[in-house]
Design a protein. Structure first.
Lengths: 192, 497
């Protein structure tokens, strides 16, 4: 038996792998082209060695390779549907079968309070987790380290319903003081 | 390396500071490995920044102990939850969890602990024997060979870490190589892709890149799809099953050899080692039908190989400065940070360092077995800490680890950016290991390629005519052609004829 998911239905990704590969291919093609253009602007003459000693040589080769790989990904996503059929057929997805079994059996995890709608969807959860992390790193250096860390940990736990208000505050405070004490006082590591 | 050198290095480590560091770091590693969502690479990367101010030897004690502990620790959640704590323990789930469900959780934990201990010990013996030998071969390497070696590393790593779609593995490797070109070039110190930004002159720092790709990406993914980690199996008593170890000595030996060999291949790592070992053990077993339903032999095969792989992964780190796995890549970065220069000249510059590393391995193996067999109930409790409490604390630690190395917030922002990149790579099935390997091998590839070209005046033929280069090119070609559908069709039609 696999560990059950905490939430009954969390739709996975949504986008097909063909579409994902097409977008990835485009991004890689553009990145490769940009790096290639950037490497052409680096000095190729007057380097003291000739073209083969130029600093842009290796980046240019790698950029072309990356762009070609991106192009291959685009072509594959458009022309080779068989590949994705084979990929889907042979793709071992860890615990997926068990998830489905549990969902089919209608096994609902116990809940204390109703959750907001965003918590049952993958994308908003990821965006909120990333957003909180982003806010924390932007706070670092602007307000005292312990205050920023305590606020971040408390907010994270509260928003994701990890604990109640008092417990979240206690965990946030204790964690920030512990990190400060262990790393600043004992390990003599600089803190942001 | 003689036994006496190893013994004297080990006795030198027998001081309270080293023992204390080995035990807490192994314990930390076990917890990191045990918690699904935290990987060995992340654990070692986190502590690299945090042990920046340690003496080099003590930093190595902490990092190697964390590495050993985390690869072993993943077996705990694999057995109790059927979720591998690290990718290296995925094969352990197949037989470990059925044993736990049969009420033999304690026995399975004991078996995994002793098999991991034996595997690590086998790896360290190979490290002591083969590192000096490979070091002698590495002295024959010129710029040509080092360049071809980095290409070989990327190709094989991409191939093995993305078995379903190797193209994505190779793309990740090339992207890593390209990103490593940011900063001053190694020959003329001319800035590349820095846009006049002073912070980029020194290039993208390795630790923030590693912590971001492995740590932050993982945090976002774990928060995206949380799971319930309630342990439903009772663990009564953990028994070290020595009788089973003697019974399956052939499996242990075979798995140890597989682990070390796979570990020595650049960038591949413990997960591949344990799967290959598990599959091989099944093929050679007298009872293959028991595999997948609680086979002791299967559990031993998986756990011996993944821990033996650690020793194997360190061999190329010390002799060629090429990491054998993702956590070994971080270890290599940590060595550079502490002024140790691994590579062909290491035995000349620091003749006792290989012995010290081997002795540290021995100390951490002892710590792993002691902690693994004794701290069962507290570890089960840690396993059940909700991820929404754990993950913000881990992120705060990631920030401290990234900041500590250079003391600048730019590295924290860099870590976050690479975290987002790592997250999207996961969502699109691009493996992170080849990117990290590419990032590490990039400067070596660039420097050696241009140096070789300058020596020969632009003639590329030595890349294809020198004996070691020929062998590496042939291996690379075999890997690429082996995955080509067209080539396989051609082989099949030739066979039919």
């Amino acid at each position: 038996m696999c560990a059950p998911p905490l939430f009954h239905i969390l739709p996975r990704g949504g986008m097909s792998m063909e579409k994902k590969d097409f977008i990835s291919g485009m991004v890689l093609l553009l990145t490769g082209t940009a790096f290639f253009a950037g490497s052409l602007f680096l000095p190729w003459k007057d380097t003291g060695y000739d073209w083969f000693g130029a600093p842009g040589l290796v980046p240019a080769i790698l950029a072309v390779l990356l762009a070609l790989c991106g192009l291959r990904l685009i072509i594959r996503s458009r022309k080779e549907r068989d590949f994705y059929v084979r990929l889907a057929a042979g793709a071992p997805c860890f615990c997926a079968e068990e998830d489905e079994e549990e969902q089919a059996a209608g096994e609902e995890p116990a809940e204390d309070a109703p959750r907001p709608a965003w918590m049952d969807r993958e994308a908003p959860r990821a965006v909120i987790a990333a957003g909180l992390c982003c806010a924390y790193i932007l706070l670092l250096g602007r307000i005292p380290y312990m205050a920023a860390t305590a606020a971040f940990i408390t907010a994270f736990i509260l928003l994701f319903r990890g604990a109640g208000v008092l417990k979240s505050l206690c965990i946030g405070g204790a964690a920030s003081v512990s990190i400060w004490f262990v790393f600043y006082r004992i390990f003599a590591v600089f803190l942001p | 390396m003689s036994i006496s050198v190893l013994f004297s290095e080990f006795m030198e480590l027998m001081n309270p500071t080293s023992i204390f560091n080995a035990f807490w770091a192994t314990g930390f590693g076990i917890i990191v490995g045990m918690l699904p969502g935290l990987t060995a690479t992340m654990g070692v990367a986190l502590l690299t920044g945090l042990t920046f101010r340690f003496m080099p030897e003590q930093a190595m004690v902490v990092l190697i102990s964390t590495y050993v502990g985390s690869i072993y620790g993943g077996s705990r959640s694999a057995i109790l939850l059927n979720i591998p704590g690290t990718p290296a323990n995925a094969a352990t789930c197949l037989d470990g969890n059925p044993l736990a469900r049969r009420g033999e959780a304690g026995y399975a934990i004991g078996l995994a602990t002793t098999a991991s201990g034996v595997g690590t010990f086998f790896g360290l013996i190979c490290l002591a024997i083969f590192s000096p030998l490979l070091g002698k071969i590495a002295l024959q390497f010129g710029s040509w060979e080092f360049f071809v070696l980095s290409i070989f590393g990327i190709v094989i790593c991409g191939n093995l870490t993305a078995p379903k779609d190797p193209l994505k593995g190779w793309i990740a490797g090339i992207a890593g190589l390209l990103l490593s070109q940011v900063g001053q070039d190694p020959i003329q110190a001319l800035p590349r892709f820095t846009f006049g930004e002073l912070q980029l002159m020194g290039g993208l720092s390795l630790i923030p890149v590693l912590v971001g790709a492995y740590g932050v990406g993982e945090i976002i993914e774990v928060m995206q799809r949380p799971r319930d980690y309630t342990v439903r199996t009772k663990v009564k008593q953990v028994i070290p099953p020595l009788r089973d170890l003697f019974r399956y000595w052939k499996t242990i030996l075979r798995s140890g050899v597989i682990g070390v060999l796979v570990g020595a291949i650049p960038g591949v790592g413990e997960d591949t080692a344990s799967w290959i070992s598990y599959d091989t053990a099944k093929r050679f077993s007298d009872h293959p039908e028991e595999f997948g339903s609680g086979s002791h032999e299967g559990l031993i095969a998986a756990e011996t190989a993944n821990n033996a792989c650690i020793g194997g992964a360190i061999i190329p780190v010390l002799t060629l400065a090429v990491p054998g796995s993702a956590p070994a890549a971080v270890l290599l970065a940590a060595m550079w940070l502490h002024g140790i220069r691994p590579g062909p000249l290491l035995p000349i510059e620091q003749p006792f360092f290989i012995g010290t590393v081997t002795a540290i391995f021995l100390l951490s193996t002892i710590a792993m077995v002691i902690l693994g067999l004794s701290l069962v109930r507290p570890l089960v409790r840690v396993l059940q800490v909700p991820r929404m409490i754990l993950m913000p604390i881990v992120f705060a630690l990631c920030c401290v680890g990234s900041f500590a190395v250079n003391g600048r917030l730019f590295d924290v922002y860099l870590m976050f950016l690479f975290g987002i990149l790592g997250y999207f790579m996961r969502r699109n099935d691009f493996p992170a290991a080849p990117m990290v390997l590419g990032f590490i091998l990039g400067p070596m590839a660039d420097d050696n390629f241009r140096r070789a070209m300058i020596i020969t005046g632009g003639d590329i033929s030595p890349f294809f005519t020198r004996p070691i280069s020929i062998i590496l090119w042939l291996l690379t070609l075999a890997v690429v052609l082996g995955r080509s559908t067209l080539f396989r069709k051609l082989l099949r039609s030739l066979k039919k004829r």
